[in-house]
Design a protein around this ligand. Structure first.
Ligand SMILES: Cc1cc2nc3c(=O)[nH]c(=O)nc-3n(C[C@H](O)[C@H](O)[C@H](O)COP(=O)(O)OP(=O)(O)OC[C@H]3O[C@@H](n4cnc5c(N)ncnc54)[C@H](O)[C@@H]3O)c2cc1C
Length: 461
């Protein structure tokens, strides 16, 4: 029977990053991925002769090359990648729109400060203090759980400003409804507003190709279409895995990016029902006959809410189009212009409702929901439906199918495991449910968990 030092479950961002670190230190490592494509939640596909990214709106944490101490700089060093390899094109600006106010921000944090001072003069100094509090927050420290909504309400006097700052943070990384723990808010606020947004030229494929190349150069083994049916646990410790086809592989340790609830199930245990994430999305991708800027839409990313209190909860209906995020890839700087205009629109969706629909109804509802979402967004931006030449729509059902995440929960379980421990010797978590979210967060998580659980001895020498 083949024996490895580490088996990594999943070839998403965290699994690939963990694999690279372990292989760089000559550990025998295999990444097992159930699907035929790598990338997990951020993969790519071809449809009707066009290439699409699955989810990519933007990479967070943008900093220029060699910026000291920044997560992106540290990540590139650990994976032995160059900043230039990512071909990052910065956002020109992004915006947050509510019925009562609009704020824009860019990769220069003073823009948001000025916008807040203009729209909420009473909170000008309070906002500065909030930014200082976020900057001073020790991300590696141990903190008592605190609600970000409560901290914001304490720091700021304008409830609308609280809602406007929460919306992007919730949409880009909260596994909890209507709120997020303050420590996660601090991480996300920094990565979105104090660092910034950029898009790799060529989309997610540019990053994924680099990761796969590094992994293979370092000698790592990658097995696609290789699902893990169960993790073998004996006397409270990992022994290896059993694959979907019944083959057994042995390993010292298993590093799983499948998620907390999902990994427990693989170990034959059941996590509490409350640990299953409730938040999932419907996303539509529209190819336009003209760049969105020609229609008057210049923002790279655009967060909107049709009500002054943003709702970020699992809807009772199939979707809630009262809020959403629009991403326009052509509104990021790029040396090679994209061949066609593209608009992505993400809104909240109910996983159970989508999964209960018979096939024909499912298809019809997808189109209906995508139309309703654009109609709602068009309160703030030009309606792009008359310019749409092709559209693809995916739902929470698609997300669960391609990633295995219970409930199609994009940001996983509300219960995170910062140390990666599962309570079973040799079984560790990386990625979404370790607690770092988004593409950059997942890469950082993979590196951190490989360093901690697979390389501690080597790195201490
Ligand atoms: C619509 C959408 C838009 C997004 N937009 C952005 C964005 O613009 N910017 C950003 O930073 N982030 C974005 N994200 C979030 C980001 O994609 C994720 O946070 C990140 O990619 C998670 O990576 P991961 O490695 O933790 O998990 P995943 O990507 O979920 O990877 C887990 C992998 O494990 C595999 N797997 C699971 N179980 C098994 C098993 N039993 N056997 C074998 N393989 C298994 C899955 O198939 C999957 O490939 C978006 C997500 C979605 C869905």
């Amino acid at each position: 029977m083949k024996r490895y030092d580490t088996i990594v479950i999943g070839a998403g961002m965290s699994g690939l990053a963990a694999g690279i670190r372990l292989a760089q230190f000559d550990r025998s490592v295999v990444i097992l991925e159930r699907h035929y494509l790598w990338g997990g939640l951020n993969s790519f596909y071809k449809l009707a002769g066009r290439r699409f990214d699955v989810g990519l709106h933007a990479l967070t944490n943008y900093v220029p090359p060699r910026a000291k101490g920044a997560p992106l700089t540290r990540l590139l060093k650990q994976l032995r990648l160059r900043h230039a390899d990512l071909k990052l094109g910065e956002q020109r600006f992004s915006a947050i729109a509510f019925p009562g106010a609009r704020l824009s921000f860019s990769n220069d944090p003073t823009r948001l400060e000025e916008e807040v001072a203009g729209a909420f003069p009473n909170d000008r100094d309070n906002f500065r203090r909030l930014v200082e509090r976020v900057r001073a927050f020790d991300l590696d420290g141990v903190h008592a759980p605190e609600s970000a909504r409560a901290v914001l309400a304490e720091e700021l006097s304008e409830p609308l400003l609280v809602e406007m700052l929460l919306l992007p943070v919730l949409y880009y990384g909260s596994p909890s409804e209507d709120d997020v723990p303050w420590d996660q808010f601090a991480v996300l606020f920094r990565s979105i507003f104090l660092e910034g947004l950029a898009r790799p030229e060529g989309g997610i494929r540019t990053l994924l190709d680099l990761l796969i190349q590094r992994y293979r150069e370092a000698g790592g083994e990658l097995r696609m279409r290789t699902g893990v049916r169960s993790i073998r646990v004996e006397n409270g410790a990992a022994r290896g895995v059993v694959l979907d086809d019944g083959t057994e592989l042995e390993a010292e340790r298993v590093l799983s990016s499948a998620g907390w609830v999902e990994t427990m199930r693989l170990c034959g245990r059941e996590a509490p029902a409350a640990d299953v994430g409730r938040l999932s999305f419907l996303e539509s991708i529209a190819v336009l006959d003209t760049p969105p800027a020609e229609l008057g839409h210049d923002a790279a990313t655009f967060f909107f809410s049709t009500e002054d209190r943003c709702r970020y909860r699992r809807p009772d209906a199939l979707v809630d189009v009262g809020s959403g995020v629009i991403s326009a890839p052509t509104n990021f700087a790029s040396e090679t212009p994209l061949p066609e205009g593209l608009m992505r629109l993400t809104v909240l969706a109910n996983h159970g409702r989508w999964c209960a629909l018979p096939e024909e109804e499912y298809r019809a509802e997808k189109e209906r929901a995508a139309d309703a979402a654009v109609a709602s967004a068009s309160r703030f931006v030009p309606d792009w439906r008359p310019h749409t030449v092709f559209r693809d729509v995916f739902t929470p059902r698609t997300i669960q199918h391609f990633t295995g995440h219970a409930g199609g929960a994009v940001y996983g379980s509300p219960r995170k495991h910062k140390d990666g421990e599962t309570g079973i010797d040799g079984v560790y978590l990386c990625g979404t449910d370790q607690g770092y979210l988004g593409v950059i967060g997942a890469l950082i998580s993979g590196i951190a968990m490989a360093n901690k659980h697979g390389l501690a001895g080597a790195l201490a020498r």
